[in-house]
Design a protein around this ligand. Structure first.
Ligand SMILES: [Zn+2]
Length: 293
């Protein structure tokens, strides 16, 4: 209850009801109490901050609706993927129309729920996420697995996205573990980053940068697919399509030819279609010597 009460919607509705009440008091007042009722209404109008709260609630409505409109057209894309900008102003118009429907007959909100405002919100959010994504800093920790085998941890500084990369001593294949919330932060400036905000930055190329940086540290290793989160599947497919011998991934071309990835030599991929997938931003690797906690 208290959460809703203090949400932008709750704050807004509370003030609307207070003013409505004050106006009713004025209308119902006799001549002897009218001046006091009017005074109370004026005081509310000057000091309750209704306009600012309406702005906040309108922005929240538009933000939600533009994210919804984008999700309807591009399922599984990042919420603020830069490609969203290519769909403006269409998405903004859709979002504003939806927000107006939700506002019903609210005359204070309607003028705020414009496509121009929705577009502005979309651009702000895309920029905010892009600033995080464009940060080139990646921390590197050389450590060992619980069994004492070498392992590296890579963590993108700004987003907290991270992965563990180890080579299986038995078969020599590389393994990737990339659940950020299972890997303690190695960022010396943010040792308590628990990685729980990873979804905000998934699907924007940071994972690819981490995987490619790990591969560069282990130039002769082939990386098996193992168990993948749904978010890692498209990433693995891209890596496989760029370098099928070194990266396992779901692949129609390989399954049609019944290629068993782990047993296949480089020659079996010689005719494989290749789509390069270089890191969009050259990483700046900073080696740290200890996990932060
Ligand atoms: Zn393939």
């Amino acid at each position: 209850m208290s959460g809703e009460y203090y949400s932008p919607e709750g704050e807004y509705l509370r003030r609307v009801l207070d003013r409505r009440h004050a106006r009713r008091e004025v209308a119902a007042a006799g001549w002897w109490s009218r001046r006091r009722a009017l005074g109370r209404l004026r005081e509310l109008e000057e000091s309750d901050g209704l306009e600012a709260v309406a702005q906040r609630w309108a922005r929240e409505l538009l933000r939600t609706e533009i994210a919804n409109a984008w999700a309807r057209t591009s399922r599984h894309s990042n919420e603020w993927h830069p490609r969203l900008l290519e769909r403006l102003p269409g998405l903004a118009e859709e979002a504003a129309a939806e927000a107006v429907l939700q506002a019903g007959d609210d005359e204070l909100l309607h003028p705020l729920l414009t496509a121009a405002a929705a577009e502005q919100i979309a651009r702000e959010n895309v920029d905010r996420v892009r600033r995080v994504v464009d940060d080139p800093t990646i921390y590197l920790l050389r450590t060992t697995t619980p069994d004492g085998d070498p392992m590296v941890v890579l963590q993108h500084a700004a987003s907290g996205l991270r992965g563990r990369f180890a080579v299986d001593p038995v078969d020599g294949l590389g393994d990737v573990f990339s659940k950020p919330y299972d890997i303690p932060s190695i960022n010396p400036d943010n040792p308590h980053d628990d990685g729980n905000r990873w979804e905000l930055y998934a699907g924007l190329g940071i994972g690819r940068r981490l995987y490619l940086a790990a591969a560069e540290l282990h130039p002769h290793i082939r990386w098996r697919a193992g168990i993948q989160s749904p978010y890692a599947v498209p990433l693995r497919t891209r890596l496989h399509n760029a370098d099928p011998y070194h990266w396992a991934g779901h692949c129609a071309w390989c399954s049609e030819r019944r290629i068993i990835w782990r047993e296949a030599g480089p020659a079996e991929f010689s005719e494989h279609p290749i789509t390069p997938a270089p890191a969009a931003i050259t990483p700046r690797l900073i080696e740290v010597t200890t996990s932060s906690r």
